[in-house]
Each structure stands twice: as structure tokens, then as C-alpha cells.
Design a protein around this ligand. Structure first.
Ligand code: FES
Length: 88
């Protein structure tokens, strides 16, 4: 399933075609810098705000309740389930 991924602040869009492990990989490939540490959904360093659409995360231990309320996601473990817009 292909989805359009919009990186709002970076002014870029990319296609999710299933050939990437996660949104971090897609972002990096498009020259979008996101700080990371664990790359396993645990530390929360990579969190970015999801402005629209749905993602799935196998692990989201790196998010606090407050982050979830603010629609933060962890791109190092997130895969899109629809077209999405990220704030980064
Ligand atoms: S880099 Fe640690 S949660 Fe993403």
C-alpha cells in the first residue's frame, strides 16, 4: 500500500511504498534530520508531531501520556497506515 508522507516544516513529500523499515528511514533518505538515540521506540529522542493521518508503532515506551495527547509519534518505530503529515 502506497502512502504520501508530508514533512511539513521541511517542505518535502515522499512516497511510502513499503520498502522502508520505518518513517525515520524514509525521512533520512529525504535529507530530513531527526535526532535519534535508541532507534527502538524506547528513549523518546526522535519524537515528532503527527499532524494528520494514522501510524502504527510496535513499541511506544518512549512516549509519555502528555506526548500522546499532543499526537507525538516515534518515527524510529512508526509505519504509516494512511497518508500522513508530520510536523518535522
Ligand atoms: S530514537 Fe529512541 S525512541 Fe526513537
Amino acid at each position: 500500500m502506497a502512502y504520501t508522507i508530508t514533512f511539513k516544516n521541511s517542505g518535502k513529500t515522499a512516497q511510502w511504498d513499503g520498502s522502508h523499515e520505518n518513517l525515520l528511514e524514509l525521512a533520512e533518505e529525504n535529507g530530513i534530520e531527526i535526532d535519534t538515540e535508541c532507534e527502538a521506540g524506547v528513549c523518546g529522542t526522535c519524537k515528532v508531531r503527527l499532524l494528520s493521518g494514522d501510524v502504527e508503532m510496535e513499541v511506544d515506551d518512549g512516549l509519555e501520556d502528555e506526548d500522546r495527547e499532543q499526537n507525538m509519534i516515534l518515527p524510529c518505530v512508526a509505519v504509516p497506515k494512511s497518508d500522513i503529515v508530520l510536523e518535522v
